[in-house]
Design a binder for this molecule. Structure first.
Ligand code: ADP
Ligand code: ASP
Ligand code: MG
Length: 437
C-alpha cells in the first residue's frame, strides 16, 4: 500500500465544519496516513488567525499589558471546536501549561507554535490517530537554520512506529537547547514536505482553500485560470516571488525525494488541483504563472568605464554582506551601471547608511535610489521557445500606463522580472495576465 502525506492549512481547520470536511477527506483513502495541521485560520474576513493572536500575546507581554484576555480568545476557539465535534481531549491542562510558560516570559517562537500544537492534539483525538510532536524531531541549529538530514532521520525513525499520525506544522526545536523554534510564516507547508520525504510518500497533498495554483493571485485577478501541472522549478520561482499558496521552502524536500505535490481544495475535494513534479515542459502555454510582492528598493550606481573596473560587484556584495548582513534579491547590470535590489524589510531603515557606504568605498559618479518598488515575475518554460514574449509584456505594461523601473531576465529564459512602483502592482499584474491569457 502506498503512503500519502496530507497538510491542512488554517482555513481547513478553522472550525468544526471545516474539520468534519478534513476528516472525510482523510478517511476517503486508506493511504492517507500522515496528517500535518496548521493552527485555525480565519472563519470569515474579519476573524483572527490563532497564530496572529498568539503573537499578539507576546507583544502584550513585551509591553507589560495584560495578555490573558487575548489568550482566552484562543482557548475559546479550541473549546468551541471540541464542543462542536464532541471531542474531549483535556486541553485545559495544556492551556495551563502554556499560561505558566507565559508567566515565566516565554519566547515568541514558543507561544506562536502552540496553535499547531493544540490543533494536532485535538485532531489526533478526533481522528483516533497518534499525536506525534515535532519537538525533538524537526531540528534547527543555533542560527535557526533547519538541520535537514538530521531532521529527516529523526522523523523517519519516529514515524515508522506509527501507522497513522497527526503532526503539528510550523515548528521544531533547537538541537542544542531544546527550545522551540518556528519556521517563517506559512511554515506548516515545510513540515508537510519534510514528513513526506521522511516517510518516502508517494504524494504530498497540500489541502487549502483554492483549487490549486492559479495563474495569478485571485485577490488581484478575477477568476484566474488554474494550473493543472507545473514543475518544481517554475513553482519555486512563483513561490519565492510571492505566490503565497505554498511556502517557498516546501519545494526542496519534495524535489530532492522526487515526491509530487498536489495542491487541493478542502471545500471542493473533487477538484483535481495542481500537480507539481520535476517534469519541465508541462503544457504548451507560454506563461505558466505570474507572482510578485511589494516593498523593495533599487539602488542604481553609475560610473564611467565601470565595465572595465575589476571587483566592483564583489565590493558591493561585500559591503552588503559584511557591514549590513544583507542578501541581494537581484543585480541588474548595464555597461556602466549596476543596480542592486534589496528588500525593505531586510534593509530595516538603513538605506541612507548603505548609500553612504557605497559612496565612500565604491566612489561611483552618481547613485540613484528608487524606493517602494514591487517586483513581478512572469514565469514559464514556454517563454524560452517563444518569440516576442518580452515585447508583449512591455507593451501590456505601457498600455496600462505602468512605469517600469527595472528589468531582469534570468539566463534560463524561464522568467522575466520587472520592478514597478508599489502603487502600480495590481494594475501591472492584471495587464500581464490579460496579455498572456
Ligand atoms: P493555507 O492557510 O491553507 O496554508 P494560504 O492562505 O497560505 O493557505 O494560501 C492559499 C491562498 O493563497 C489562497 O486563498 C489565495 O488567496 C492565495 N494565493 C496567492 N497567489 C495565489 C495563486 N497564484 N494561486 C492560488 N492562490 C493564491
Ligand atoms: N500558523 C502558521 C502561520 O499562520 C503556520 C502556517 O499556517 O503554516 O503562519
Ligand atoms: Mg499557507
Amino acid at each position: 500500500m502506498g503512503v500519502k502525506v496530507l497538510k491542512f492549512g488554517g482555513s481547513s481547520v478553522a472550525d468544526g465544519i471545516q474539520l468534519a470536511k478534513t476528516r472525510k477527506i482523510i478517511e476517503a483513502d486508506p493511504e492517507r496516513r500522515y496528517v500535518i495541521v496548521s493552527a485555525p485560520g480565519k472563519r470569515f474576513d474579519a476573524d483572527n488567525k490563532v497564530t496572529d493572536l498568539l503573537y499578539l500575546c507576546k507583544t502584550h507581554m513585551e509591553q507589560n499589558l495584560p495578555y490573558e484576555q487575548v489568550f482566552q480568545v484562543v482557548a475559546d476557539r479550541f473549546n468551541a471546536i471540541m464542543m462542536n465535534l464532541s471531542v474531549h481531549v483535556g486541553l485545559q491542562s495544556r492551556f495551563e501549561e502554556i499560561r505558566a510558560e507565559m508567566e515565566k516570559g516565554c519566547t515568541a517562537d514558543y507561544i506562536a507554535s502552540r496553535g499547531e500544537y493544540l490543533t494536532a492534539i485535538l485532531v489526533a483525538a478526533y481522528m483516533g490517530y497518534d499525536f506525534v510532536d515535532t519537538a525533538g524531531l524537526i531540528l534547527f541549529d543555533k542560527k535557526g537554520r533547519l538541520l535537514a538530514e538530521e531532521t529527516n532521520e529523526a522523523l523517519a525513525e519516529e514515524l515508522a512506529k506509527h501507522e497513522h499520525a497527526v503532526i503539528p506544522g510550523f515548528y521544531g526545536t533547537d538541537k542544542e537547547t531544546g527550545a522551540i523554534r518556528t519556521f517563517s510564516r506559512g511554515g506548516s507547508d515545510i513540515t508537510g514536505a519534510l514528513v513526506a520525504r521522511a516517510v518516502q510518500a508517494d504524494i504530498y497533498e497540500n489541502w487549502t482553500d483554492v483549487s490549486g495554483f492559479l495563474m495569478a493571485d485571485p485577490r488581484i485577478v478575477k477568476n484566474p485560470k488554474p494550473i493543472d501541472r507545473i514543475s518544481y522549478k517554475e513553482l519555486r520561482e512563483l513561490s519565492y516571488m510571492g505566490a503565497s499558496v505554498l511556502h517557498e521552502d516546501a519545494i526542496y524536500p519534495c524535489r530532492q525525494a522526487n515526491i509530487p505535490i498536489n495542491i487541493r481544495n478542502t471545500n471542493i475535494p473533487e477538484d483535481p488541483g495542481t500537480v507539481i513534479t520535476a517534469q519541465e515542459e508541462t503544457s504548451d502555454k507560454v506563461v505558466t504563472g505570474i507572482a510578485g510582492s511589494k516593498d523593495f528598493t533599487v539602488i542604481a550606481m553609475y560610473k564611467n568605464r565601470l565595465g572595465g573596473e575589476r571587483g566592483f560587484l564583489r565590493k558591493i556584495l561585500n559591503i552588503l554582506e559584511e557591514d549590513f548582513d544583507l542578501g541581494v534579491e537581484h543585480i541588474p547590470t548595464g555597461i556602466d551601471t549596476v543596480s542592486v535590489v534589496l528588500s525593505n524589510k531586510a534593509m530595516d531603515g538603513r538605506l541612507d547608511e548603505i548609500v553612504e557606504e557605497f559612496n565612500a568605498r565604491l566612489k561611483p559618479d552618481h547613485i540613484e535610489t528608487f524606493e517602494n518598488i514591487a517586483l513581478i515575475a512572469t514565469v514559464g518554460y514556454g517563454m524560452s521557445r517563444s518569440v516576442g514574449v518580452s515585447a508583449k509584456l512591455f507593451t501590456a505594461l505601457a498600455d496600462a500606463e505602468v512605469n517600469i523601473r527595472m528589468i531582469d531576465q534570468g539566463s534560463s529564459e524561464m522568467n522575466i522580472i520587472v520592478g514597478v512602483e508599489n502603487k502600480d502592482f495590481d494594475v501591472a499584474i492584471r495587464a500581464i495576465y490579460d496579455a498572456f491569457e
